[in-house]
Design a protein around this ligand. Structure first.
Ligand code: HEM
Length: 489
C-alpha cells in the first residue's frame, strides 16, 4: 500500500509544477548574517506553499545549498548525514567531468554557482499568475532582505512560452507520479514516494540516507519522527534534493544544423525533412506527439500521449531512434538485463526525476533565424532553467546525465551522445537513425546546449525549515513584513 504523504509538510513544487502560475523568478541569496536570517526564515515558513495548498494566485518555495544549511548552524555530525553530491556541490572538478561540464560549460565560465562567482546559500522561488503580480510579490520580499541579513546575489527571470521550450517542442509532457500523491498515472509511471521525498521507502523498498537526529536534540518536537522506526527525529522527511542548472540553448545552431543536414540535392532547404530530423533528435514532434506512435508525421491528437514503451513495439529504433533525447532520458522498458520485461521497467523506476524547469530569455521564431545566417540581435541569451527533484542525486539526475545522456555508447550506439543536450567530442557528435535497409547518420553535431550556472540544493519540509530556523527569540524582526499566505481553495 502507498505511504500517505504529509502534504501539508511537503513544499508545493515537489507535488506540482504550478502550471496555472505562468510567471516565475528564482532569487539567489547569500546569508550574510545568520541570526536575523534565521528569524526571517522562521516567519517565511508560514508563507511557503505546500502540497496541500490549493491553486492560489501565487506560491513561494525555498531551498538551500550545503553552504547555506551550514550557516544555519547545524552540528557537523548532522551535516555529514546529507548526501556527498549535495555536500561537495555541482562545481567540483570530478563532478564537472561526470556531468560533461567542460570547455564553454565549465564552472569557471558560469554566471553563478561556479568557481569564481559569489557564494549562493539559498534560492527563493516565486510563482504568480502574471508578471505584475510576480513583481509585487518580489518587491515585498526584496524589501525584507537587507534588514534580515540576506544579500540578493542574482534574480533569474523566466519566460512563459506556453508549453514549448525554445527549440519549439512541447515540453513537460512526461512526468512520473509519486505513489500517494493526488495525481494518478499508469503503473509504469507511478513511482514510490521515496524516489523523490526523503523519509519514505524508495523503489528498493529502502529509505534513502538522510539526516536523522536523537529526539533529545529536538526537544520541542518540531521535526517529524523517522517512519522507518528508529525513534529518531527526521530532518530529511518530506524534503527533496533540487538540481538547478541554467542551460543556454543555441536555437540558431540547432535549426541551421537540421537545415544543412536535410537540404535537397539542388541545395535548397527541405522544411519537412528539417523538422523530421529535429523531431528524431528529440523523439517527439513539435506538438509533443511521440515518434514511437507516429514516425512519419506530426499528429496534434497525440500531443500528450505518454502511455507507451519502446522495446515491445520498436526494439530496433525504426520509429523512434535509440539515441533520441526522450528515449535515452527515460528508456522505459529497454533496460538490461531483460528488455521488454517487468524487470526492465522496475530498473527504470530507479532513475526517474521530477522536472520542474522553466524557460528564460526572449522567444524566437526558428524560421526567422534561418533566413539570416550570421549571429545578430536575435541571438540573445535564452534557454532553460532546468530544475529537477530527486531523493538521490547520484542515482537519479547524475546517472541520467552521465550514463544515458552523455554516453556515446548508450544502448550499443557507437559515437552518439544525446543529440540535443549532450556533450560531443571536439570534432562533433553523430546521430544515428536506425532504418531498413540501412541506417542513416548525421555527423559533426555541435553542442546545442551549454551550462551557464548551477547548484545542488536541499528543499526541506516545512517542519524542518522551522527546526533549521530555530529562532532564539520570539517575534519577528521589525523590518520583516511577510506577504499573506496563499489562500486555500
Ligand atoms: C535545454 C535543455 C533541454 C531541452 C530543450 C529538453 C527538451 C525536452 C523535450 C522537448 C522533452 C519531451 C517532452 C516531455 O516529455 O516533457 C524532454 C523530455 C525529457 N527530458 Fe529533456 N530537455 C533538456 C534537458 C534535459 C536534461 C538536462 C535532462 C536530464 C538530465 C532531461 C531529461 C528529460 C526527461 C527525463 C524527459 C522525459 C522523458 C520521458 O519520460 O519520456 N532533459 N526534454
Amino acid at each position: 500500500m502507498a505511504d500517505t504523504l504529509d502534504l501539508q509538510d511537503i513544499q508545493g513544487l515537489i507535488i506540482r509544477g504550478y502550471g496555472n502560475l505562468k510567471a516565475a523568478c528564482y532569487i539567489l541569496l547569500e546569508i550574510s548574517t545568520p541570526p536575523p536570517a534565521k528569524i526571517w526564515l522562521s516567519a517565511l515558513a508560514d508563507t511557503i506553499a505546500t502540497g496541500q495548498t490549493g491553486q492560489g494566485e501565487k506560491a513561494l518555495n525555498v531551498a538551500f545549498t550545503y553552504a547555506g544549511i551550514k550557516k544555519l548552524g547545524l552540528e557537523p555530525k548532522i551535516l555529514a548525514m546529507f548526501s556527498n553530491e549535495f555536500i561537495n556541490g555541482m562545481a567540483i572538478p570530478h563532478r564537472s567531468l561526470l556531468l560533461g561540464d567542460v570547455e564553454e560549460s565549465s564552472p569557471e565560465q558560469w554566471m553563478w554557482g561556479g568557481s569564481g562567482t559569489r557564494p549562493i546559500d539559498m534560492v527563493l522561488m516565486l510563482f504568480a499568475v502574471d508578471d505584475r503580480e510576480l513583481s509585487d510579490v518580489y518587491n515585498t520580499y526584496a524589501k525584507t532582505f537587507t534588514a534580515n541579513g540576506l544579500t540578493e546575489v542574482l534574480k533569474l527571470d523566466t519566460v512563459d512560452l506556453g508549453n514549448k521550450e525554445h527549440f519549439g517542442f512541447h515540453d513537460g509532457v512526461s512526468q512520473p507520479v509519486m505513489e500517494g500523491s493526488p495525481q494518478t498515472e499508469t503503473p509504469m509511471n507511478t513511482i514510490k514516494a521515496g524516489e523523490f521525498l526523503l523519509g519514505y521507502p524508495n523503489e528498493y523498498g529502502l529509505y534513502t540516507d538522510r539526516p536523522t537526529i536523537k529526539p533529545a536534540m529536538d526537544p520541542k518536537s518540531l521535526l517529524p519522527r523517522d517512519s522507518s522506526g528508529s525513534g529518531n527525529a527526521d530532518l530529511g522527511r518530506n524534503g527533496s534534493y533540487l538540481v538547478f542548472r541554467q542551460l543556454r540553448q543555441d536555437v540558431r545552431g540547432f535549426w541551421q544544423f537540421s537545415d544543412e543536414a536535410t537540404k535537397n540535392p539542388d541545395g535548397s532547404s527541405n522544411p519537412t525533412a528539417r523538422i523530421k530530423l529535429a523531431s528524431q533528435m528529440v523523439g517527439r514532434w513539435p506538438s509533443g506527439a511521440p515518434l514511437l506512435k507516429t514516425p512519419q508525421q506530426d499528429d496534434q491528437q497525440l500531443a500528450d500521449a505518454n502511455d507507451f514503451a519502446y522495446y515491445q513495439s520498436d526494439p530496433c529504433g525504426y520509429n523512434c531512434p535509440i539515441g533520441a533525447h526522450v528515449r535515452r532520458a527515460n528508456p522505459r522498458d529497454s533496460l538490461d538485463p531483460q528488455p521488454g520485461s517487468e524487470q526492465s521497467i522496475a530498473v527504470g523506476k530507479r532513475h526517474r526525476i521530477l522536472r520542474r524547469g522553466r524557460e528564460y530569455g526572449p522567444p524566437v521564431d526558428p524560421a526567422e533565424l534561418l533566413t539570416v545566417k550570421k549571429p545578430n540581435a536575435e541571438d540573445q541569451d535564452r534557454g532553460l532553467h532546468f530544475l529537477c527533484l530527486n531523493a538521490n542525486i547520484s542515482r537519479q539526475f547524475e546517472f541520467i546525465q552521465h550514463t544515458w545522456i552523455n554516453n556515446p555508447h548508450f544502448d550499443e550506439l557507437y559515437d552518439d551522445a544525446d543529440p540535443i543536450v549532450g556533450t560531443h567530442y571536439p570534432d562533433g557528435g553523430t546521430f544515428t537513425m536506425q532504418a531498413k535497409p540501412v541506417r542513416k547518420r548525421v555527423t559533426g553535431l555541435p553542442r546545442f546546449v551549454s551550462v551557464v550556472g548551477g547548484a545542488y540544493f536541499f528543499m526541506p519540509g516545512i517542519r524542518a525549515i522551522r527546526y533549521l530556523a530555530n529562532p532564539t527569540r520570539a517575534g519577528l524582526a521589525p523590518a520583516l513584513v511577510m506577504p499573506e499566505k496563499e489562500t486555500k481553495r
